[in-house]
Design a protein around this ligand. Structure first.
Ligand code: GDP
Length: 443
């Protein structure tokens, strides 16, 4: 996952501060030196780093940090706010024209993810009850038109294409007419990319721009390319007046510098982040949530939103009731695993839970899809009665379950122990929150 190195380093800086009852100016300076190094190592633009540090220092030194009993927390709060500001402060939303269609022009270098992002965006709009039309304007890259058509079929969004014999400017012009006639309220124009920024490409993009006067010009950049992404954004912005940036490949192990520098350097907000190859791996970019993730404080809001769109609310309620009543069984456990799987790769989900990033970095904790598969196999080898009443599972049953699931006895023991602990914790939580809700006695 992106930012991992940065998160670890920042957490180390803060945990040193947290241990102190009071901090001196020297402590703050020392911490800031480390934050500065961490940001530079994460490939954040050096000018951006310099300004960032001076802002944080100014606030920290002049503020309540010195007198605070929790100086570490106060500094984290300052850094959190400044990181948020650095990435644009608030979410920059997609434009919406009051004279439909809203025209979105996609630009970017080859391989940045323009074509896939066009489809992801179309899918997102479709989900929001819009009627997008995609335009195959990349006539140079072999198979780009076909790629867009295949994606269009997959997500059930029409694609306007005139083959590779008509100029992209003419394709865009006709597509706009077509959208107006057919009541498409969003027009997403995929354009050609090159390996490098070049004159010819810019000229063509400018002509398309002049022809369709887009409401949005979104530059798609590959976050893995770090500072190059920022340089590309600068060159495009100088010629095309971008309205926003889409950062792709944030699922990779990019150090994150691009995300942190692009707004400060170009003035263009990041509007979307792409975290995977799958068609629904596009998310609106929320600076405050991203800052929170970078600091290892999780991103519960995004997690809740993801959950709301993919999890059955009634089932979730029932699960909560069971947890409160400590009625949770292995059947529920399986069900919950299925629900979690729907949310996406477990790795990304863990990053959204506060503190989990740190757990993930611990050497002996390995949570991955394979591990989940093994756990699932063990639970599925239990009988119906055992799943409902885990207390039944004695030594000989454990041996049978281990053999049945192709795992060893230690794995089974560990799982059952963890499950018992989980139930005990749930019961404690439930007691803390005022006991079972439904009036049924907890076990
Ligand atoms: P284009 O040349 O800019 O149109 O780029 P494409 O849309 O064809 O994408 C290039 C490659 O990057 C494809 O293999 C995509 O699947 C991949 N890709 C795009 N976005 C992401 C992303 O967010 N994460 C990952 N891992 N791969 C991506």
């Amino acid at each position: 996952m992106a930012f991992e190195g940065l998160t670890t380093r920042l957490q180390n800086v803060f945990s040193k501060l947290r241990g102190k009852g009071k901090v001196s100016e020297e402590d703050v300076n020392e911490a800031m030196r480390e934050v500065r190094l961490a940001l530079l190592e994460a490939d954040v633009n050096f000018k951006v780093v310099k300004e960032f540090i001076s802002k944080v220092k100014e606030k920290a030194v002049g503020s309540e940090v010195m007198g605070s009993f929790t100086p570490g927390m106060v500094i984290i709060d300052i850094v959190n706010k400044e990181l948020t500001d650095l990435m644009g402060g608030t979410q920059a939303k997609l434009a919406r024209s009051n004279k439909p269609p809203t025209v979105i022009m996609m630009a970017g270098l080859q391989g940045a993810g323009k074509t896939t992002t066009s489809a992801k965006l179309a899918k997102m709009l479709l989900k929001g009850n819009h009627r997008p039309l995609m335009v195959a304007g990349d006539i140079y890259r072999p198979a780009a038109i076909k790629q867009l058509q295949v994606l269009g079929e997959q997500i059930k969004v029409p694609v306007f294409a005139l083959g590779d014999g008509v100029s992209p400017v003419e394709i865009a012009r006709q597509a706009l007419e077509h959208a107006k006639e057919n009541g498409n309220d969003y027009l997403i124009i995929d354009t050609a990319g090159r390996l490098h920024v070049d004159e010819e490409l810019m000229e063509e993009l400018k002509q398309i721009h002049a022809t369709v006067t887009p409401d949005e010009v979104l530059l798609v950049v590959d976050a893995m390319t770090g500072q190059d992404a920022v340089n590309v954004a600068e060159s495009f912005h100088a010629q095309l007046a971008l309205t926003g940036v889409v950062l792709t490949k944030l699922d990779g192990d990019t150090r994150g510098g691009a995300a942190l520098s692009v707004k400060a350097v170009t003035g263009c907000p990041i509007k979307f982040a792409s975290l995977g190859e799958k068609i629904d791996a596009l998310e609106p970019f929320h600076p405050e949530r991203m800052a929170s993730r970078i600091l290892g404080m999780g991103d519960m809001l995004s997690l809740i939103e993801k959950a709301q769109s993919s999890i059955d609310a009634d089932k979730a309620k029932e699960m909560e009731r069971k947890m409160r009543n400590a009625e949770f069984t292995f059947d529920d456990f399986l069900e919950q695993m299925d629900q979690v799987k729907k949310l996406g790769p477990i790795d990304q989900i863990m990053d959204m839970i506060p503190g989990m990033g740190k757990v993930k970095q611990m050497k002996d904790v390995k949570v991955d899809e394979k591990q989940m598969g093994r756990v699932e196999a063990i639970v599925r080898s239990m009988t119906k009665e055992e799943k409902q009443n885990p207390d039944l599972i004695n030594h000989s049953r454990r041996k049978r379950i281990a053999a049945g699931s192709g795992s060893n006895l230690a794995d089974v023991n560990r799982l059952i122990k963890q499950f018992d602990e989980m139930r005990r914790m749930m019961k404690q939580l439930s007691d803390m929150m005022g006991g079972p809700k439904s009036g049924k006695a907890a076990k």
